[in-house]
Design a protein around this ligand. Structure first.
Ligand code: NDP
Ligand code: 2IT
Length: 450
């Protein structure tokens, strides 16, 4: 980066840090975008005069509220919930809800900020938002989760709407939670409209939404490899996480001929050198989606596999790595290990799973690196398709939704190439950040100063 560019990035980031102290995840997400788009900002007096970047880095509003609920013993609990409505320049606010003890303002602001760019990349009319609570669903009974979801929606419903803000799932929020949340929304509003996505198939959900993020992440990896005349067939694939995104990333990777040799959760990872096949994956689905068990139980069922407690799976040699668990789960040392072991492609199913230093290592070494805001956009894209179906009062077939998902992932990849190409090389980080920025910035300029 030229020194004048670096001066501008530093100046912008100094301001952002002093305005948002103690928010390391948010600062990290903004810094990456700032580096990518500063040349565009310096090149265009309209962006500079309108303070577009400053405006983009400030959420429209953050709603914070108390969620009070009773556990099965009658003890009362108090949690804190948020909805960060980041930017609705190109469509109503859209983004998931996360239930995890680590949820705080910094985490939800980074997620909401990234969502703005991701949603723009899908080509669908969706603004960016994120929400959630510092509630830990682990170890809670179904009825406790139900009471929590109902209590949360009793407040949230007044801030959302089918043309205002449409929440969905994320970590700790899956089919069960969406059912409880949507049920309470419908009751509070006395209206049945598509204000949430990821709904069950009997009440307005879309086919392929459950699979969409993981499938999309693998489609993105496939496109990156295809540009180099390569493919997934015969490649060893290491996946972190074993939740919604990881499971369906594994399913698609296996279907396309990849050999999935590792999966993880917060307790550690399983290494199955024989590969996870369809039958083993069915076991993982039942373990995680039904029984809410731990990934180490895989080794009780398949004793050839080895469990490694308390560590991430990045030391397992592979050609394709799919981080699908959480932010900053892959650091610079892990990136160097992956490269040392011959990794070709990294496609981020999770949001910001690679630390800033790890991203630098991948980019410097010209690894095919698909950043989350491009590679995991398939989930929110099919959420957008769920909204379309709800508005039309129609339900599309599986094939139709998957075809549209594939089309959108192809377009996102193409857009990243257009905006990130430098000679033969494509920097997907630059491509994704610039393409998302230009679309949202142009819309913001149209509205004047606000
Ligand atoms: P799930 O709750 O279904 O699964 C999360 C998985 O990640 C679990 O295996 C969990 O392990 C693991 N995990 C979570 N936090 C940590 C942690 N701090 N350390 C280690 N492992 C952890 O969530 P999703 O699969 O939906 O989400 C995974 C990622 O994908 C998130 O980054 C999310 O933002 C992103 N994403 C999700 C989309 C969606 O449609 N669901 C769309 C786009 C991105 P454990 O059970 O032990 O906690
Ligand atoms: O990070 C994400 O894109 C999601 N959790 C999905 C959001 C959505 O609205 O489907």
């Amino acid at each position: 980066m030229s020194s004048s560019l670096q001066v501008e990035v530093d100046r912008f980031m100094d301001g952002l840090r002093s305005n948002n102290p103690h928010q390391p995840e948010f600062q990290q997400a903004v810094h990456e975008v700032c580096e990518s788009v500063m040349p565009l900002v310096l090149d265009d007096e309209r962006f500079r005069h309108a303070k577009i970047l400053e405006r983009m880095a400030e959420p429209d509003r953050i709603i914070t509220f108390r969620v009070c609920w009773e556990d099965d013993r009658g003890d009362v609990h108090v949690n804190r919930a948020f909805r960060v409505q980041f930017n609705n320049s190109i469509g109503p606010y859209k983004g998931g809800l996360r239930f995890h003890p680590t949820v705080n303002k910094s985490v939800l602001k980074f997620l909401g900020f990234e969502q703005v760019f991701k949603n723009a990349l899908t080509g669908l009319p969706m603004g960016g938002a994120k929400g959630g609570a510092n509630f830990d669903p682990k170890g809670k009974s179904d009825r406790e989760v139900m009471r929590f979801c109902h209590a949360l929606m009793t407040e949230l419903h007044r801030h959302i709407g089918e043309d205002t803000d449409i929440p969905a799932g994320d970590i700790g929020v899956g089919a069960r939670e969406i059912g409880y949340l949507f049920g309470q929304y419908k009751r509070c509003e006395n209206r049945f409209v598509g204000t949430m996505t990821g709904k069950g198939l009997t009440f307005g959900g879309s086919l392929v939404r459950k699979e969409a993020t993981g499938y999309g992440t693998v489609y993105f990896a496939q496109h990156m490899l295809a540009r180099r005349g390569d493919g997934l067939h015969g490649k060893n694939v290491v996946i972190s996480g074993s939740g919604n995104v990881a499971i369906y990333a594994a399913e698609k990777a296996i279907e396309l001929g990849g050999k999935v040799i590792a999966l993880s959760d917060s307790g550690g990872f399983v290494h199955d050198a024989d590969g996870v096949n369809a039958e083993k994956l069915a076991f993982v689905k039942e373990l995680k989606e039904e029984r809410r068990g731990r990934i180490r139980e895989y080794c009780d069922r398949y004793p050839n596999a080895k469990f490694h407690a308390g560590v991430a799976p990045w030391g397992v040699p592979c050609e394709v790595a799919l981080p699908c668990a959480t932010q900053n789960e892959l650091d610079a040392d892990a990136a160097k290990t992956l490269i040392g072991n011959g990794v070709l492609a990294v496609s981020e199913g999770a949001n910001m799973p690679s630390t800033a230093e790890a991203v630098t290592v991948f980019r410097d070494n010209r690894v095919l690196f698909g950043p989350g805001k491009a590679a995991n956009a398939g989930g929110v894209a099919v959420s957008g398709l769920e909204q379309s179906q709800n508005s039309l009062r129609l339900a599309w077939g599986r094939e139709e939704v998957d075809q549209r998902l594939q089309g959108i992932m192809t377009e996102i990849h193409e857009t990243c190439v257009q905006h990130g190409q430098d000679g033969d090389h494509v920097d997907y980080v630059t491509g994704a950040n610039r393409a998302g920025f230009v679309k949202v910035a142009e819309a913001m300029l149209s509205y004047g100063v606000m």
